[in-house]
Design a protein around this ligand. Structure first.
Ligand SMILES: *Cc1c(COP(=O)(O)O)cnc(C)c1O
Length: 389
């Protein structure tokens, strides 16, 4: 591998040159079944003709003008996202970390407006919010933080899924917000109890804290609803999006409602590229295709089918701790570290991921077919049984 790239990744030794649906093709023509979708990015799969056409047309018209001017595609996308989510205003950026940076800045500014001098944000153990200094400080994983001290202060950490632990912070007067993933992705596909978000909502209301949901991974249909909070009857004050939003064209968004939507004023935050015509066209097309092709329903039903099928194939296999997930965000927890499974799967032309050391993670494209899912569960169950020996 070339020596001219900074050594930030332990890459698999394969390069893809084209794709179609849930399939990727390597330089030598070999084809791979993609159960990772560029880490929850390629919801429409690869090579979607409608997306390619919309991007070509937009690129021919206009790629960038800057936020010094109105951007019509950005205004249309904001309206669409607000209609889908029930939130009221959107700030656009280029990644998940940036979306969370916006949320963190918003929470602090809101705190200062409330007269809180040292505003703090409640965050969770095993969380992941990004790699910038503020977001890695918010992240609940020492591996992400180690070596980058001094960290950004102003975060209070509690265990994920434990509403009682949050309730015990009610006395702490400088807390202004809570930042939490509805379902944790990088932390091992962790699904809290069904009433967790509602309990957090109640605590936030009682204490005048902003409830800020990091839906960078769970948003845009991944879990079978547009946003994961829609599995409940609550609405957050702030929500961040990125991964699936632009189907691979970089775009992030920070949505807000109520007082949170009125916090930023001109000069307080910004982005050169954020919400440009090309990225917003990618997102508008993604949302339109998802509706046309019924991808929310597919994510819900196919995810259920994959989990049921894996449970059947792996029943009684010792070493398999739990199969869990929601929609097409699926984790298979083993009783041992299983990072080797990624290379073993690659050798069998299957793209999967391992997170939190011992959780096989599947994030298939939302367009995956039942036939491809059958192939996936058959191959993966074999691989896991082989691995556990
Ligand atoms: C991937 C991810 C991020 C970071 O997104 P980037 O686009 O890599 O900056 C933040 N939060 C969650 C929950 C994620 O899964």
């Amino acid at each position: 591998m070339p020596d001219t790239l900074m050594q930030t990744y332990a890459r698999q030794p394969v390069a893809f040159v084209k794709g179609e649906g849930a399939w990727l093709y390597a330089e030598n023509g070999d084809r791979y079944l993609d159960a990772l979708a560029g880490v929850a990015v390629n919801g429409l799969g690869h090579g979607h003709p409608k997306l390619a056409k919309a991007l070509c047309e937009q690129a021919g018209r206009l790629i960038h003008t800057s936020n010094i001017y109105r951007i019509l595609e950005q205004e249309r996308l904001a309206e669409r996202l607000c209609a889908l989510s029930g939130l009221e205003r959107v700030f656009f950026c280029n990644s998940g970390a940036e979306a969370n940076e916006a949320a963190i800045k918003l929470a602090r500014l809101h705190g200062h407006h409330r007269g809180v001098e040292n505003p703090a944000i409640v965050v969770m153990e095993k969380s992941f919010h990004g790699r910038t200094l503020a977001t890695l400080s918010a992240t609940g994983n020492r591996k992400v933080q180690a070596g980058f001290e001094p960290l950004v202060t102003g975060f209070v950490r509690v265990p994920f899924g434990d509403a009682e632990a949050v309730a015990r912070l009610s006395e702490q007067a400088n807390i202004v917000a809570l930042l939490v993933e509805p379902f944790q992705g990088e932390g091992g596909v962790n699904i809290p109890e069904a009433d967790y978000l509602r309990r957090l909502r109640t605590l936030c209301d009682a204490n005048r804290w902003l409830l800020m949901l990091d839906e960078v991974q769970t948003g845009i249909g991944r879990t079978g609803t547009w946003f994961a909070f829609q599995h409940t009857d609550i609405v957050p004050d702030v929500m961040t999006l990125a991964k699936g939003l632009g189907s691979g064209v970089p775009i992030g968004a920070c949505l807000a409602r109520g007082v949170a939507a009125e916090t930023f004023t001109p000069g307080k935050h910004g982005s050169t590229f954020g919400g440009g015509p090309l990225a917003c066209t990618a997102a508008l097309t993604t949302l339109a295709v998802m509706e046309e092709e019924g991808l929310l329903r597919n994510a819900a039903q196919l995810g259920e089918a994959i989990r049921t099928d894996l449970a059947r194939r792996l029943r009684g296999v010792s070493g398999v701790r739990q199969i869990r997930g929601q929609g097409l965000m699926i984790g298979i927890e083993l009783d041992r570290a299983c990072g080797d499974l990624v290379a073993r799967a690659l050798a069998r032309k299957l793209l999967i991921n391992v997170t939190n050391d011992d959780v096989v993670r599947l994030l298939p494209p939302l367009v995956m077919t039942r036939a491809d899912a059958d192939l996936l569960t058959r191959e993966l169950a074999d691989l896991i049984m082989d691995f556990l020996g």
